[in-house]
Design a protein. Structure first.
Length: 278
């Protein structure tokens, strides 16, 4: 049975540990999303082939697999800060999930929202200022939390928009990883040239960060203050700093595998968490 076809995850008898286990993807789930994105392993690009050979799934793979799990045919979904993408590296899954869900709203003050082909409705405002009578089963914030300047204001808005039992998924950078620490001391005008060099990004996809919602403690405290409970939380190893260089990618993945053998995380990690509205 496909993940999203399972019954409601939240039941009176469910414990937080049981819910967290349900929200942890299996290798088979990750493989399925990986193949949706890249196609046949033998004929796809060198980078996904190398990652697959190492048994490594990157943070985007993990996030996409979780969202795939949570989107069913009756899901009313809001993607906050989506801009022109649901999943920047997985257009096939974006199309599948936008077709699968009952309704999808994109909320983002940036003009790039007009380029998003997957949303049913668009609201070019901050999530803090979005007004609607709808209540959402799922709200996703992909690489948004690091930009939130007033966490209590934002999470209060999320609580207002989420139905009881609904989930908010946060996928963001970890405050104390090397790259966020480095960007803290680097002038903002340098952010895009470095991102473009490493990851071939466009300037319109680079925004200032403030890192006020980028640790487990900070996230848990602000969500609990506004009526949510943590359903799952994971640190996801991020071996993408040198993803455009075969040599350096191999070195990253070799380091990751060595650390993984000893039960240690790679220094660069992302946070992937889900919070349930009580």
């Amino acid at each position: 049975m496909r993940w999203y076809a399972r019954p409601q995850l939240e039941t009176a008898a469910a414990t937080p540990a049981a819910v967290a286990e349900e929200l942890t993807p299996s290798r088979a789930d990750l493989e399925r999303i990986f193949r949706t994105k890249y196609g046949d392993i033998e004929t796809c690009g060198w980078s996904p082939r190398m990652r697959h050979r190492f048994g490594y799934f990157n943070p985007d793979d993990e996030y996409e697999t979780l969202v795939d799990h949570l989107v069913g045919d009756r899901t009313v979904w809001l993607d906050a800060g989506c801009g022109r993408f649901l999943f920047p590296s997985n257009a096939p899954l974006a199309k599948q999930l936008s077709d699968r869900c009952a309704h999808l709203v994109g909320v983002d003050p940036d003009e790039t929202l007009d380029e998003n082909p997957y949303v049913d409705d668009r609201a070019k405002v901050l999530i803090d200022d979005y007004e609607t009578d709808k209540k959402f089963d799922l709200i996703t914030l992909r690489m948004v939390a690091e930009h939130v300047a007033e966490p209590d204001v934002t999470v209060e808005s999320l609580a207002r928009l989420t139905r009881p039992g609904g989930k908010v998924v946060i996928f963001t950078i970890y405050r104390w990883s090397p790259v966020p620490l480095f960007t803290d001391i680097m002038p903002f005008w340098l952010h895009h040239p470095i991102k473009k060099r490493l990851w071939k990004t466009e300037s319109k996809d680079t925004f200032p960060v403030v890192n006020k919602m980028n640790t487990r403690g900070a996230l848990r405290r602000v969500f609990e203050r506004h009526g949510f409970a943590e359903s799952s939380f994971r640190y996801v190893d991020d071996c993408r700093t040198f993803a455009n260089s075969p040599t350096f990618q191999w070195l990253e993945l070799s380091t990751w595998r060595l650390l993984h053998t000893f039960g240690l995380h790679y220094p660069e990690v992302c946070l992937l968490a889900a919070y349930t509205r009580q």
